[in-house]
Design a protein around this ligand. Sequence first.
Ligand code: HAS
Length: 564
Amino acid sequence: MSETAIENDEHGNILTDFDFEKKDTNMMMAYIWFGIVAIFLGGLAGLLQIMQRSGWITLPNWLTYYQLLTAHGVLLVLVFTTFFIMGYMFSGITRTLDGKLTSRVRNLGWIGFYLMAIGTIIAIILILTNDGTVLYTFYTPMQASGWFYVGLALLIVGSWITSAGMFTAYIQWRKKNKGKHSPLFAYMTVATLILWIHASLAVAVSVIFLIIPWAFGWVPRVDVTLTRVLFWYFGHALVYFWLLPAYIYWYVNIPQIVGGKIFSNSLPRLTFILLILFSVPVGLHHQLNEPGVESFWKFLQVILTMMVVVPSLITAFSIIATFELAGRSRGGKGLFGWLTKLPWKDARFITAFVGMLFFIPGGAGGIINSSYQLNQMVHNTWWVTGHFHITVGAAVVMTFFAVSYWLIPVLTKRVFTKQLNRLAIIQTILWSIGMILMAIVMHFAGLKGAPRRTAHSTYGDHELALSWLSYGQVIGIGGVILFIAIVLLLYIWIKLLFFAPQSKKTIEYPIGVVREEAGDPPPILEKWSVWIGVSIALSIIAYAVPIYQIIFNNDPGSLPIRSW
Ligand code: HAS
């Protein structure tokens, strides 16, 4: 569905006659606002921690490296992502379904928001008091205050209620539009939320039934292997919960921005179905070097990991096809002439495009990580930190920045001016340089053995550890540039929230139109029960035996450890 474009403003924005209802806008803005605060605080923690790790500063007694690392991880990859994603998906669901939400859906959206917000605040207070310094993976037997886990549980339960709101909107639309296939944005949102709920059930079971009773001292010991396996059941799918909304932008919004059409109406749906199926039964590839699980099951999940790469490769080729069609329809000739016709000066496009470029080495690095033997080389080194900064920290987050450059103006009815667009492009350049210096160099340092999750140390001036020092300096500079980029981003957002010129009309909410030649999607792709069933079956095949073995191997469990 495309909007009715009525005119262009002097900054080149397309103005439309579409308006969200004020009540809906308020709810979406609440999510976006929380995300903005989280990214700033998380970025600040990142800056301090990288400066400590590079040996540039000594932290005061009341603040430790691991506390900052926990705050950085929780605020950025758990809090910022979840709030921003929910706000963005709510906006797209509203825009492509009925244009407005029913009060039932909106109420669920608000209840979810408050639970998530309360949970986050509890967890952050515990991190600040140094009672939750267990990193974002909260690996047992490190034990935080029970309230830290209660906070995280509320964040997850809140997100389920938010999801219920979006499911309700989708079900209401389908009842009114029997026999029609749903708009692509809504379809992809539903797929993302199915994946999220399936995966997060495992971590909720672990937190509520295993970790919380142990952390409050109701039971003395915890089964470490079981909690870690349940964490990674969730933890790998979590990365696709970040990635899929970025894919929604690439598949659905960007075609409109580049002046093209959506390449196919079925392929994106198939991609998301494959991601539902294969993103969960692969978590053991994070534990290839851990004891307690038979290698057969690890190997099986390595094979399934190679399957989950397929939808990303489909995405790569589909997006390039979309760009080519757009470039050619704008007069691009020859083998690569279409590239010159893409809107390189539009921050809504270029920021996400650079994110896509980062995802090429990011994805290749992921394949290296998941190759059983190669994992021994990179596991627990800075390589992995580099990998996730160019995947989530670049590909995904740069896409979210691009989304914010039109979503905030749509919600605030302010104008994304030429000057803000220029600043956004500078922000993209800074972010890219920062990521190259920090995350790409981390890969090399990791190959030389530099460990992740460790504070600055020269390990008694050991020769090997000294060889990491020069990498640390470059990585530190990258981290500082990234923080400067966050400050610039904040400036742009504050302008868009409060100070950019107000517009009477709303700027375009870019929803691409599917190419006329593309056929209708086969109805089976929207039979969710089938795919949920297959997904559960695959997870049972991959996990039932190892989990059974862990539970019945008479592991005495571990007493708590406070390592900080
Ligand atoms: Fe990963 C560790 C394997 C993708 C995030 N990963 C992590 C951690 C995080 C993370 C946070 O197997 C650390 C967790 C922790 O704290 O311990 N990862 C993979 C694999 C993929 C993968 C196989 N990871 C991601 C994504 C993430 C993410 C996405 C966040 C969003 N990862 C691992 C493994 C580990 C791991 C192990 C554990 C390592 C260890 O030992 O601890 C795959 O999904 C990647 C597939 C992607 C591709 C790329 C396709 C390229 C595209 C861009 C196209 C470009 C265009 C532009 C269109 C094959 C789609 C070009 C246009 C032109 C015109 C030229």
